[in-house]
Ligand binder design. Structure first.
Ligand code: ADP
Ligand code: ZN
Length: 738
């Protein structure tokens, strides 16, 4: 048997080795191998075929631990990912086992401690007090310490001789103890324990269904569809608490740790009594902290794990429940190899672990929604806000009229929104302004009538290409000339639109000079803790108006916010992506959900050039059912997900022609022996034409079934040699078409 080994160290070398007779080696085993004239440590990525070779492989030296680092279920999950997303198992294992765990440089941090078995004998103490005052002092210190033990460093300088003597005469024990590098140790805020709330009828029904499935031998995934503020989190918390009481463990996935501080805090608060048992996996952990957290999870010390996408691989033993919050979020999809979807992998892992999984959202993805309709998932609903607040009132402002008022120049702030802001400031209430800023592709829009040029075949917005002045459909390749006048109303001022948060901030400062304004976007939040600090300042009302991008759309809860403005609701609607409508609906609904979460009623003002678009109208009515019904019809009609799987094959190169030509070659090969149900698009320039100096071209593939698609592409890639300077990337179930 031969195995492929990833050598520890920064250069990430991978070599194959032969396994000596009688040694049981599997993926995830830590091994020692010969490397050049030395020996090195590494991790087994996979077993490889014994292909005939003209040289003999070197043999492994030995196994470093008897057990592999990967549990059988995770290995099975990894194999599924490799097969489904069309990537090598070794790349999956690599991301499944964090480098901090694989590398030998990291190991448990330890310290020496002195310990007593029991309280010291008073006679002995009295004796020592006279004869050996130093030993007497040490014994007293230990007698008062919790567990009668203290690290040697706490026993004072110059005690070492005395301690040695005491150990020899059997007065105390010296031991080595592992020390946890606690990521929360550095003065993070204290959390007060929260108590379970009395659930309302809908919440109780959802919780009962989840708990009942704990006892059933097979359980279907749950989709928890609850309007913003309906108390989904409370249901998660109580389900988790129940599972912990059964002695099992819980995995909680959130879109991004840094953007969901309130959700994380609520989990910590509920389980504050057992703080040690909560592990929060985020990208700021040091290697040492990551190592410790991983081992705390693996050994069952940390029994509730909260993390983003990659936490789906947390090695929790005896998993009893998986929760996926905001399951519709794009951040669950990894944008480099292996390009897995964290939510979908979680569903699979739950099936392998035979434990319930709850996917929660106010705006579920149509993929998950489709699964409830086909009976694959069980639907649970919370249709009312939990604190008996009504849903906020959503008003639509027609920006075409605003543009007309200001002689064609589109304004950023409508009169209605400006007046509403002034009123809130007078009343001492707070506001959030949201700027939709998505995608690189640009579409043309008429400021007078709101018209956007669409592909006649695919019903997605055509993308404007500046270089050759064309409009192109990024699904089918349809091309059109750039109109001089609006094709609908003949107005000549058809334009490309866009402005940033910074510009909004400047404008607001002029219009509302007394307001305290802060901005949250990727640029403003570079500094560590900047986001947390800004949110805290907003919470304590040191800020009146918060301006932000997508970053503020997620689970924030500020009771004093009564007005939310969405400045340009259209922007996500006219990107060349069949999910444009879904994203816009989700964004408006989520952002609107930030308003009126306290005693005061909330209002939402949505500025748009296309007030009649269904995504905007349904979001206004908080009507997911209505939206999904019409959107599903569109997807069915044009053959988009969830009625087909959609993948993108992208070629990148510094040489434009070579990238395009390579993809043309691949397309020809893909057309041979095409499996039934698979359709191929044209070779097209990507909406994001150039990135990092590389030219990009893409083909869109669609198939009724997933595996034949992946296997067909994989087979073609395997037998098609490509120029060295061309990189080809396959993205199965792609969410990003740029
Ligand atoms: P979601 O996660 O669905 O957005 P939350 O869990 O944040 O909703 O709940 C919104 C608010 O309602 C929170 O302040 C929460 O404390 C409160 N809440 C949730 N469940 C109940 C309940 N059963 N009774 C009273 N208040 C509740
Ligand atoms: Zn088209």
């Amino acid at each position: 048997m031969n195995v492929r080994v990833l050598i520890d160290g920064p250069s990430e070398l991978v070599f194959d080795y032969a396994v000596p007779q009688g040694l049981h080696v599997s993926a995830g085993c830590r091994v020692r191998v010969p490397l050049r004239r030395k020996s090195a440590t590494g991790t087994v990525l996979c077993v490889v075929d014994e292909a005939p070779m003209d040289f003999a492989l070197r043999q492994l030296e030995c196994l470093m631990d008897p057990e592999p680092l990967i549990t059988p279920v995770l290995l099975r999950t990894g194999q599924w990912i490799a097969d489904y997303y069309g990537c090598g198992i070794e790349t999956v294992i690599r991301s499944l086992l964090p480098e901090a765990v694989r590398s030998e440089q990291n190991s448990a941090k330890t310290r020496r401690i002195a310990r007593l078995d029991s309280a010291p004998d008073p006679e002995m103490l009295a004796k020592l007090a006279k004869r050996a005052p130093r030993q007497h002092a040490i014994l007293l210190q230990l007698a008062e310490a919790p567990g009668y033990s203290l690290p040697l460093t706490d026993l004072g300088d110059g005690s070492s001789a005395a301690i040695k003597t005491m150990e020899k005469s059997g007065l105390l024990w010296l031991e080595t103890e592992a020390v946890r590098r606690d990521p929360e140790a550095d003065g993070s805020e204290e959390v007060l324990e929260s108590r379970a709330l009395t659930l309302n009828a809908d919440q109780q029904h959802a919780l009962d269904a989840i708990l009942a499935s704990l006892e059933s031998p097979v359980s279907k995934p749950f989709l928890l569809l609850g309007v913003t503020g309906s108390g989904k989190t409370e249901v998660y918390l109580q389900a988790a608490s129940h599972v912990l009481h059964l002695g099992k463990t819980v995995l909680v996935l959130v879109p991004e740790i840094s953007l969901t501080p309130q959700t994380v805090r609520r989990f910590k608060a509920r389980f504050a009594g057992i703080q040690e048992q909560v592990a929060v996996l985020h990208s700021n952990l040091s290697q040492g902290e990551r190592f410790d957290e991983w081992h705390r999870i693996r050994t069952g010390v940390a029994r509730i794990v909260i993390g983003a996408r990659s936490a789906v691989f947390a090695p929790l033993p005896d998993l009893g429940l998986i929760l996926v919050d905001e399951e519709h979020e794009n951040t669950y999809k990894q944008e480099n190899v292996p390009r897995y979807h964290g939510r979908d992998v979680a569903v699979l892992r739950a099936a392998f672990e035979n434990c319930p999984i709850v996917l929660g959202s106010a705006t579920p993805s149509l993929e998950s929604w489709h699964n409830t309709q086909s009976g694959k998932y069980t639907l649970l609903r919370l249709d009312e806000r939990a604190d008996s607040q009504s849903m906020p009132l959503v008003r639509i402002v027609d920006m075409r009229l605003e543009a007309a008022k200001h002689k064609g120049a589109p304004s950023i702030l409508s009169d209605k929104l400006r007046v509403a802001l002034e009123q809130r400031l007078e009343k001492g209430e707070q506001c959030i302004l949201f700027l939709n800023r998505r995608g690189f592709a640009r579409s043309l829009q008429c400021p007078k009538c709101g018209h956007v040029c669409q592909c006649p075949h695919c019903s997605v917005a055509l993308t404007y290409h500046r270089t050759d002045e064309r409009l192109v459909c990024h699904v089918c390749g349809h091309q059109a000339i750039v109109p001089r006048k609006c094709p609908s109303c003949r107005d000549p001022s058809i334009i490309l639109q866009g402005y940033g948060t910074q510009k909004v901030e400047e404008l607001l400062a002029k219009v509302l000079p007394k307001a305290k304004i802060a901005r949250i976007d990727a640029d403003a939040m570079r500094r560590k803790h900047a986001l947390r600090d800004t949110l805290n300042a907003f919470k304590s009302h040191k800020i009146d108006i918060l301006i932000g991008t997508q970053m503020i759309a997620k689970g924030l809860h500020f009771p004093n916010v009564t007005l939310v403005g969405i400045l340009n609701a259209d922007l996500s609607l006219h990107v060349p992506d069949f999910r444009a409508g879904e994203r816009t609906f989700q964004l408006i609904t989520q952002v609107a959900g930030r308003a009126g979460r306290g005693k005061l009623e909330g209002e939402v003002i949505v500025q748009t050039f296309t007030p009649h678009s269904p995504s905007i109208q349904y979001a206004r009515q908080h009507d997911f059912d209505g939206f999904s019904e019409q959107e599903m019809e569109f997807r069915r009609q044009y053959g988009f997900p969830p009625f087909a799987h959609c993948a993108v094959l992208t070629a990148r190169s510094n040489h434009e022609r070579r990238a395009e030509f390579s993809l043309q070659t691949l397309l020809l090969r893909l057309k041979e022996n095409l499996p039934p149900g698979l359709t191929l698009g044209e070779v097209l320039p990507s909406p994001l034409l150039r990135a990092h100096g590389q030219h990009r071209f893409q083909i869109l593939l669609r198939s009724s079934r997933a595996r034949p698609l992946t296997r067909h592409v994989q087979a073609v890639l395997d037998r098609t040699p490509l120029p060295e300077d061309v990189t080809v990337v396959f993205d199965m179930d792609a969410l990003n078409f740029s």
